[in-house]
Design a protein around this ligand. Structure first.
Ligand SMILES: [Cu+2]
Length: 144
């Protein structure tokens, strides 16, 4: 009799209810994944400027003036921009790299894979820079 009751209760829940339950669980899992991806991206964009008090400061990355760090080199190695322009470095390598000014006027800090950092150049001049863990990696920003 007890078994009969159990079986009755189980089958009482209609199929559409199970469907709704799966839908809710699915939406939660999807939302959670989306949240973590979004949180990661916004964290990347909101990282504090390493040298905020100095003349070139970091700000929101711009689409133009993008430098890719690929295979232990800066591409393009030399970039000419206008005063007030923002340059964004993005590391495509699996190993950490930085874009560090030789005169320390800017420093992206170590960027892990697919991380980027933007630097705004407020003063005209020629800025040579290197990667702090790999000083043989070199680049130049010409601000005019
Ligand atoms: Cu490097």
């Amino acid at each position: 009799m007890a078994e009969e009751e159990k079986g009755y209760r189980y089958s009482k829940r209609p199929l559409w209810q199970w469907f709704v339950i799966y839908l809710i669980i699915g939406a939660l899992v999807y939302g959670l994944i989306y949240y973590f991806v979004f949180a990661k991206n916004s964290y990347n964009n909101s990282q504090p400027a390493p040298n905020a008090s100095q003349a070139p400061t970091t700000s929101v990355p711009a689409a133009k003036n993008a430098i890719q760090i690929v295979n232990f080199s800066f591409s393009p190695a030399t970039l000419t921009v206008k005063v007030g322009d923002t340059v964004t470095w993005t590391n495509q390598d699996g190993i950490g790299h930085s874009a560090t000014a030789d005169d320390k006027s800017f420093d992206t800090g170590i960027l892990s894979q697919r991380r980027s950092r933007a630097v705004t150049f407020g003063k005209a001049g020629t800025y040579t820079y290197h990667c702090s863990p790999h000083p043989n990696m070199r680049g130049t920003i010409i601000v005019q």
